[in-house]
Design a protein around this ligand. Structure first.
Ligand code: IPD
Ligand code: CA
Length: 275
């Protein structure tokens, strides 16, 4: 990391996407390893709501990722899930977007579907992103000018073109019920595709699309830190991403696909969701 800092400073030029990715990988590996090593503390909750938990480890892992990033780029801004309400990250053209543990509920139950996600945006565009799933042994990465990789090997979206053959990752929006029953939307998707899956970690779900293991990922009411890195990874794997609406600060109704099923899926979703 010191090498990146000194290189950028010495050259007096902005960091390249691959230098930014190097730091994103270091940050999410450090945070992910901390969570994995402390699995026995997975029940240490600091907040419990009807359908969610917040863990002491969520906060610790964000701090670890932040430290890695700021030691390389002290003047860059941070937008992290655990502190998003506290500060507006507007003091730098570079904003690092951290989800320290995505799939916190899975993690707290000892399920392996959780990850750490780190993306960096420059002037609003995602330049580099990394998603690390320690329990699965998977690291997904991409830069805006390079291929999407899983554990260093190129990945590509699927060639499924028919909705009835598609596997779609999705989730259940806890806050959607005021506008419509969230199960209505889930039912519509499930009835029109081969399988709908709810795995519980948005960043990993979207990376499944990038890896060609799922054909689309749709979720209403996720947050920008859930999909900032994975969205770039999907695009660089040949897929398409679209924010269908932004219902609140950092909140998104988001679709990622292999491109081929994007339009029919979007039409189905829009016919059930008053956007
Ligand atoms: C959640 C997970 C889950 C999705 C939720 C997210 P968290 O993130 O990605 O799959 O359904 O909308 O908030 O809280 O575990 O970081
Ligand atoms: Ca998350």
């Amino acid at each position: 990391m010191k090498a990146v800092t000194s290189l950028s400073r010495k050259c007096g030029r902005p960091p390249t996407p691959s230098e930014l990715l190097q730091v994103a990988v270091a940050a999410c590996r450090a945070a992910g390893r901390h969570a994995a090593r402390n699995l026995d503390r997975r029940k240490e909750t600091i907040l419990v709501t009807a359908h969610d938990v917040k863990l002491a480890l969520d906060v610790e892992c964000q701090k670890i990722a932040e430290r890695r990033i700021l030691s390389a780029f002290p003047d860059h801004a941070i937008l992290g899930e655990e502190t998003a309400g506290e500060t507006a990250p507007d003091h730098s053209p570079y904003v690092w977007i951290i989800d320290p543990i995505d799939g916190t509920v899975n993690f707290s139950h000892g399920l392996p579907f959780w990850c750490c996600s780190v993306a960096v945006q420059q002037a609003g565009q995602t330049v580099a992103g990394a998603v690390f799933g320690p329990a699965l042994g998977e690291l997904f990465t991409a830069t805006q000018d390079g291929p999407a990789l899983r554990n260093g090997k190129p990945i590509r979206v699927s060639d499924t073109s028919r909705m009835e053959s598609a596997l779609v990752m999705t989730g259940l929006d806890q806050k959607l019920s005021k506008r419509m029953n969230r199960l209505t939307l889930f039912k519509a998707i499930a009835e029109n595709v081969r399988k709908a899956r709810v795995m519980g970690a948005a960043a990993l779900d979207a990376c499944r699309v990038a890896a060609g293991q799922a054909d689309a990922y749709f979720e209403s009411g996720i947050y920008s830190w859930d999909v900032a890195a994975a969205g770039l990874i999907v695009e660089r794997a040949g897929g398409q991403i679209e924010t269908l609406a932004t219902p609140g600060p950092h909140r998104l109704i988001f679709l990622a696909s292999n491109r081929l099923v994007h339009f029919p899926l979007r039409r189905l979703i829009k016919s059930h969701l008053a956007l």
